[in-house]
Design a protein around this ligand. Structure first.
Ligand code: ITT
Length: 364
């Protein structure tokens, strides 16, 4: 919706009109609809992950959130080296259960996996060729693609070759290492006006803590059987290289149940994920193992939606609920002792009424 709003705000307004009309007729208490900002998408994904993991209530070390969509991608985490001052636009302050958090978050519009695929194809079709041999697609893959459709997105529209035909033949050659080079071209790491950056001149503090990677991170790595991050990064790359080198016919025969579009793109998407994590966000062979590819936490989907709802309904209090001074057993003991003392005092107060024992003189 953020992209559509840039590209065609009239179309985006019409989507909201239709959504609103439909939800007003539903039994839900519809309060309105709006486009979520990238910063909100990142921050609410972080709230979801940490709420479901029970880390907020207990004030434990938090988990960073990595979200990969079709159009954008978000990174959000707490870093001791970040107080928000170096790049206020990347800072979101929360007070949850009595703890203050200064969250670093950034949303990269156009860096979801579908838009990055467009950028990678744009990189390979700059001169408007009739065909390209793409290392990110399997050997034997061949499809006629339309230039107008490919460049019909604000992420690439300014790069449309002027002298192109209507269509080009997109063929694959299945080479992970060459694909990595193509994918690297979408990251600009040449400029940074801050102490440190991820890419495209965007500030990023030192990575810290465990990370949960969800949405398309999970869909892709799960298909590739690469969700185990205790496997060394080098072995992960080798496994992906074997997948990319597998001929398209073999891949289709091995996975007849999977949508062809998804199936054809796993080599590209896997390469993008590894390149984004290492070249983009600066994860190393060591810190790669701090990432967990997740779909659900305790039965709930990881994503921004739950965090948004928790915030909207004030379900996460800013202050910790009052904690009793004593545990339950302590209260029972104190009340019992007080009751016994009161009882003893009562008995003593009746002393004047106690019968006097008359002492008879002893007769010798
Ligand atoms: O925030 P934006 O970027 O708009 O993201 P989205 O709403 O499109 O993001 P989703 O989490 O719904 O999906 C992320 C991407 O994963 C794709 N996807 C969904 N299921 C998949 C699967 O089983 N295998 C591969 N890709 C899948 C889907 O088409 C999107 O491109």
């Amino acid at each position: 919706m953020r992209l559509l709003n840039i590209e065609n705000s009239g179309a985006s307004d019409r989507v909201f009109q239709a959504v609103s009309e439909s939800l007003q007729k539903s039994p839900f208490s519809f309060q309105g609809a709006r486009i979520l900002s990238g910063q909100e998408e990142g921050a609410f994904g972080w709230v979801t992950v940490n709420y479901l993991d029970d880390r907020l209530k207990q004030g434990l070390e938090t988990t960073g959130a990595l979200d990969l969509g079709g159009a954008s991608t978000q990174i959000s985490f707490i870093s001791d080296s970040f107080d928000g001052s170096e790049s206020p636009a990347n800072s979101v302050a929360f007070r949850l259960y009595g703890n203050d958090y200064n969250l670093y978050t950034h949303s990269f519009l156009c860096y979801g996996k579908d838009q990055v695929l467009r950028m990678a194809l744009a990189h390979q079709t700059q001169s408007g060729p009739e065909s390209i041999l793409d290392p990110c697609f399997h050997n034997g893959y061949s499809k006629i693609k339309n230039y107008t459709e490919l460049y019909n997105s604000p992420c690439v529209s300014d790069r449309k070759p002027t002298s192109a035909n209507q269509v080009f033949t997109h063929t694959g050659k299945g080479n992970f290492y060459q694909c990595q080079e193509v994918v690297k071209s979408v990251f600009d790491v040449s400029k940074c006006k801050y102490s440190q950056c991820s890419f495209n001149g965007i500030f990023q503090p030192i990575l810290q803590g465990p990370f949960g990677a969800f949405s398309a991170y999970y869909f892709v790595m799960n298909f590739l059987n690469l969700t185990d991050t205790s496997v060394p990064l080098q072995s992960v790359k080798e496994a992906l290289a074997r997948h990319c080198a597998t001929p398209w016919d073999t891949i289709k025969k091995q996975h007849p149940e999977i949508k062809e579009k998804y199936l054809s793109e796993y080599c590209f998407s896997g390469t993008y994920i590894l390149t984004l994590l290492t070249e983009g966000y600066n994860f190393t062979a060591e810190s790669y193992s701090s990432i967990k590819f997740i779909k659900k936490i305790k039965g709930s989907d990881a994503g921004w939606t739950l965090g948004y709802m928790l915030n909207l309904t004030n379900m996460i209090p800013a202050e910790a609920p009052d904690t009793p001074l004593l545990p339950h057993a302590g209260y029972v003991s104190v009340v019992t002792i007080i009751a016994l003392v009161l009882f003893a005092l009562f008995i003593l107060s009746l002393r004047p009424l106690w019968p006097r024992c008359s002492q008879k003189p002893e007769i010798v």
